[in-house]
Design a protein around this ligand. Structure first.
Ligand code: SF4
Length: 298
């Protein structure tokens, strides 16, 4: 009999300390060292008797039929519905999180839910609801990679495209395991400096850029979202560096979404983004030859 009813996690190892049951999670750049009985930074991966388990496998907290434009994806299968899945947990701690009710307010999960929503059921629901794709979205899909990959394998059998909406904060080995399954992705590039990432998300920028570049090199459909927070990441200098990076490493045709911020969660120091700021940034990007600019939340 299995010693635990949760799903054993991918990408972890023992720390090798023979007197402790401590493990290290290798899924994302936090590389959490997790003591027996504790969870990692994302709150959904737990060390139980020296093994790491996913606490959210098969237990989505959100299952919705959404227009694909809501992900947002503006140039992938337009005007179709996508079967959208999210669980609890996140590996960032953005003070301005717009989805904190599921990403950060994670309840203590003591036992697996009685009803596991299997990948087969997800595919069936997607078909029944007339969806043309499946989206990993709402919270950070990286922290439920085991479930996402199993759904992806099932979706492959039925030729259903997969959409990833992510912060891109994932280690190389896990990225190379997960991303080849994906057909289209929208990755958040939340601000173009390590200082912004450190102070506002507690993560780092470079692994995010590595993820975007990797998806692009794989030939996947990639779109980028940049939530514009007045006074924090809306300077012309920062936007200029962001566009320079896209021009050098991706293409000027990559769709970019500038999205308006609303004060929420723990960050109330900025006003909501004035529409004029977004219009100004779009004009600037257009003037540099970026063709596919979209504005969101206005
Ligand atoms: S996925 Fe979670 S437990 Fe693993 S390293 Fe990242 S934050 Fe830590």
């Amino acid at each position: 009999m299995a010693d635990c009813l949760f799903k054993e996690a991918l990408f972890w190892c023992s720390t090798g300390n023979e007197n402790s049951l401590e493990v290290k999670c290798n899924l994302c750049p936090w590389n959490c060292t997790i003591k027996e009985g504790s969870v990692g930074f994302c709150k959904v991966r737990k060390n139980i008797k020296g093994k790491l388990y996913s606490l959210v496998y098969g237990s989505p907290v959100a299952l919705n039929v959404d227009p694909i434009e809501k992900k947002p994806l503006a140039m992938f299968m337009p005007r179709t519905w996508t079967f959208s899945i999210g669980t609890y947990g996140c590996n960032f701690d953005c003070s301005f999180c717009q989805n904190f009710d599921i990403s950060k307010n994670v309840p203590e999960i003591k036992k697996p839910s009685l009803e596991i929503i299997t990948p087969e059921v997800i595919i069936k629901k997607a078909f029944e609801t007339g969806c043309k794709s499946i989206a990993f979205t709402y919270n950070e899909p990286t922290v439920w990679i085991e479930y996402a990959v199993d759904i992806a394998k099932e979706a492959r059998k039925h030729n259903i495209p997969l959409v990833l909406v992510s912060n891109g904060y994932i280690e190389k080995e896990a990225r190379e395991h997960f991303y080849p399954f994906i057909d289209a992705a929208n990755i958040d590039v939340k601000g173009f400096s390590e200082e912004f990432y450190r102070s506002m998300t507690k993560g780092r920028l470079q692994p995010v850029l590595d993820s975007v570049e990797y998806l692009f090199q794989l030939g996947k459909h990639v779109e980028i979202t940049n939530l514009i927070i007045p006074g924090k990441n809306d300077s012309e200098e920062m936007i200029c560096k962001f566009l320079d990076w896209i021009e050098s490493n991706l293409s000027k045709t990559v769709p970019i979404h500038f999205s308006a911020f609303f004060p929420t969660y723990k960050y109330f120091d900025s006003q909501k983004t004035p529409p004029e700021t977004l219009y100004r940034l779009k004009r600037y990007a257009n003037s540099r030859g970026f063709e596919n600019m979209f504005l969101g939340n206005i």
